[in-house]
Design a protein around this ligand. Structure first.
Ligand SMILES: [Zn+2]
Length: 296
């Protein structure tokens, strides 16, 4: 039996026990993304798909995170939890194993989940989104952690909303309201988690598979910057990347699983949240530090 709990409901996150609205000093959290159970065998062209390698990588990450001092405020997985999309034949098995493995995370470290294209489907609709939300919680929501405001988006609605126009309209309306409220919220910093990055290196780069359409991207980056968003953490590319739009940093983190470049290695990112700003560093699974110096 797993003690996995759905924490995101009614557009809020319920994984913290206390009031998180006030700044109590520096802390750290962990970003992992694209564990994508089943992708390594799929990309290798195997007929009989398993995900032992992804499970092994998750175990390394969770073991390291559980051993960390100070204890991370939370562990966020930025989408593509499993390879199979809603309704695909191994989806249930992959989800079950994801839940089994992530349930091994220290119960005092909340698990924050973001939906990716594999989670809600490439062309999401009400049914495919429900397939994700019933198991993992809301596909978009907001929360406080240690005086910092966090938004979690469903970027697949930006990639293809042809079967989810109404859902996208609700998402966008919610987001604009959140950005507006953020301005006067008194938050120390504002951070966004979204699976697909706005851009990979430059805010005005052309549209490719791994970023978001340019015109809409530039409009939204300006709105984010105006609302005071400092960092956007994403995955999806299976390769580390990133850049700046004015004072806003877009961070693209490589996968906990399959890598785009043979020279890259699966890992996680440690994020330090300090009064003066937010810094971060990617670590390969075998190289994750157990002691984090928040003064550094
Ligand atoms: Zn993806």
């Amino acid at each position: 039996m797993s003690d996995f709990k759905i924490e995101a409901r009614n557009r809020q996150y319920h994984g913290f026990s206390g009031n998180e609205e006030s700044w109590e000093g520096p802390y750290m959290f962990v970003v992992g993304t694209d564990p994508q159970y089943g992708m390594i065998d799929t990309m290798a062209g195997k007929k009989d798909i398993g995900w032992d390698q992804e499970v092994e990588l998750t175990r390394k990450a969770i073991e390291a995170v559980n051993a960390m001092t100070p204890r991370p405020k939370f562990f966020v997985v930025c989408g593509d939890l499993v390879q199979c999309t809603p309704g695909e034949y191994l989806r249930d098995e992959q989800e079950a194993d994801f839940i089994t493995e992530f349930s091994k995370l220290n119960s005092e470290i909340p698990l924050v989940l973001v939906s990716g294209n594999h989670d809600v489907g490439r062309i999401p609709d009400a049914a495919s989104i429900a397939c994700y939300t019933e198991r993992f919680g809301d596909d978009y929501y907001s929360f406080w952690a240690g005086g910092v405001r966090f938004l979690v988006l469903n970027t697949q609605l930006y990639d293809n909303d042809s079967k989810a126009k109404e859902i996208r309209a609700q998402h966008d309306e919610w987001l604009l309201k959140e950005l507006e409220t953020m301005k006067t919220s008194g938050c120390k910093h504002a951070v966004v988690f979204q699976h697909i990055p706005w851009f990979l290196q430059k805010p005005d780069e052309e549209k490719v598979y791994f970023n978001i359409e340019k015109e809409f991207r530039l409009q939204m980056l300006e709105k984010f910057n105006d609302a005071g968003v400092k960092v956007v953490f994403s995955g999806h590319q299976h390769q580390n990347d990133g850049g700046f739009y004015k004072g806003l940093e877009q961070v693209v983190t490589s996968a906990m699983g399959w890598q785009q470049r043979a020279t890259d290695t699966p890992g996680i990112r440690i994020v330090k949240v300090k009064e003066e700003g937010i810094t971060h560093q990617y670590y390969e699974m075998d190289d994750i530090p157990t002691t984090i110096d928040l003064k550094e």
